[in-house]
Ligand binder design. Structure first.
Ligand code: 5AD
Ligand code: SF4
Length: 449
């Protein structure tokens, strides 16, 4: 979490606890809300019990994610009973989807703010704006949130950062709530993104991950696409690594694929969800491409960057999915060979086109999910094992658990543990990979010649 801090040196700081659920965009939004509240005299605390305000930044993507909010709110009831002046806010996609229904169901909640209304949060907390705001205003919320401040020692930060470049989605996959909770696709202008990236570089950031629900649909003036934006970002001194997530296969433009070949700062890693390997299911999901289209695209990406590590999302048990469809998904996974992938059991989301379709038997969906996960775990292991013996570059992030140990990430986004007592966060050093554990690698520093 970032460093919300108070400019009001005279008033005692109020403490803000933020819990972030769900995707990386929520992590980014939480940071920006922390900064906005910092200007109001709030500092972040990691202890909910002594906070003056608790903000839950929620996720609506699957039923389980949504339900977590209500169990957490239930646990906050006694705290609020003890300290009635404690402010409780709900932000994020559940806030957007359920609005004031949240306060009706859970009266401990003081304010509800949707993802497009975060710039109004300070006024809401001051009591100068309505307590429920789930509008999609015409203005860009990022124009009104305070910019990331540079120059302060207090705002030095981790060597990696997220930067939202695009929000919302016009794809309307039949299972997905994102087009409803995050709204239509909107790209931020290149100039703003470049300014924010320069500020991040000035604050010690070395690696930026560009975020968007459909990040590769990003477009700027004069025909700029994401590939062009990446080339411009790569020119910023201090920025050594760029990544982007999450992409839709149909928006992988030639220029973006070329950037994977030509731009050394663009890391050889791509999250490109396919969801299913069956054309029938892909059609029912409204994905607008076939399994073969996806495989051809993967071939082109690998031709541009042969060592690229690919990752994906899969849904098991989408309505109408047969054993043959599931087998087609397993076949596609075998053909691609993923470095990592998330797989989920289908969860019917209210308001989405697939929600009224007859579901697959829950036991069958569980078995399919397990099969997907077994295969994907095997592939993940194999890709990690293939790193052993290789010399990689690690961007060090923080001390590890053992004395003298540092943890960082390789080009391929694997966590790497290295004994490097003198290495500092933000340093990029060559490392010989010596071993692979279930979720990380370990290695030894290669001494500079
Ligand atoms: N059920 C299961 N998984 C879902 N996802 C999105 N909506 C649903 C749903 N209703 C998954 C998709 C998407 C990822 C972010 O979450 O795989 O890529
Ligand atoms: Fe949801 Fe992604 Fe499909 Fe958009 S492209 S509707 S965010 S799954």
């Amino acid at each position: 979490m970032t460093d919300a801090h108070s400019d009001a040196a005279d008033a005692p700081a109020k403490r803000l606890f933020i819990k972030t659920y769900g995707c990386q965009m929520n992590v980014y939004d939480s940071e920006r809300m922390a900064e906005a509240m910092g200007a109001e005299g709030y500092v972040l605390t990691d202890r909910q019990d002594d906070a003056d305000m608790v903000l839950l930044n929620t996720c609506h993507i699957r039923e389980k994610a949504s339900e977590k909010l209500y169990s957490d709110l239930g646990r906050l009831k006694p705290l609020k009973a003890e300290r009635p002046d404690l402010k409780i806010g709900v932000a994020g996609c559940v806030a957007q989807a359920e609005g004031d229904e949240i306060i009706r169901r859970m009266p401990v909640v003081d304010l509800v703010v949707g993802p497009q209304a975060y710039h109004r949060l300070p006024a809401m907390v001051r009591g100068e704006a309505p307590a429920v705001d789930t509008e999609f205003p015409a203005e860009d919320k990022f124009d009104h949130l305070p910019p990331a401040r540079s120059g302060h020692a207090a705002t030095r930060r981790a060597p990696t950062a997220f930067l939202t470049v695009q929000e919302g989605c016009d794809k309307f996959c039949a299972f997905c709530v994102v087009p409803y909770t995050r709204g239509a696709e909107v790209s931020r202008p290149a100039a703003r993104i470049l300014t924010e990236a320069r500020d991040l570089a000035a604050r010690g950031v070395r690696e930026i991950t560009l975020l968007g629900q459909n990040v590769n649909a990003w477009h700027g003036a004069e025909g700029w696409g994401l590939g062009r934006l990446i080339r411009a970002l790569a020119e910023i001194d201090g920025i050594e690594r760029l990544r982007y997530t999450t992409s839709h296969p149909n928006d992988m433009a030639d220029d973006l694929i070329d950037a994977h070949r030509d731009e050394p700062k663009l890391m050889p890693y791509l999250h490109l969800p396919v969801q299913s390997g069956s054309d029938r299911v892909l059609k029912a999901m409204n994905r607008r491409h076939t399994a073969e289209d996806y495989l051809r695209l993967i071939d082109r990406i690998r031709a541009a960057r042969p060592d690229i590590v690919l990752t994906s999302d899969f849904i098991a048990g989408f309505p109408g999915e047969t054993d043959a469809d599931h087998a087609a998904t397993l076949r596609l996974i075998e053909r691609v060979g993923y470095g990592m992938a998330y797989s989920f059991k289908y969860s019917a989301r209210p308001g989405t086109p697939a929600a009224d379709r007859a579901g697959v038997d829950a036991g069958v969906a569980d078995t399919r999910l397990q099969e997907l996960q077994e295969l994907l775990t095997r592939q993940q292991k194999a890709v990690q094992q293939s790193m052993v013996g290789r010399e990689l570059t690690v961007l060090f992030e923080k001390p590890g658990r053992l004395p003298g140990q540092m943890v960082g990430k390789s080009e391929y986004l694997h966590a790497v543990h290295v004994t490097a007592p003198d290495a500092k966060p933000g340093e990029l050093l060559r490392v010989l990979i010596t071993a692979s554990a279930p979720n990380s690698l370990s290695g030894a520093l290669i001494e500079a010649a």
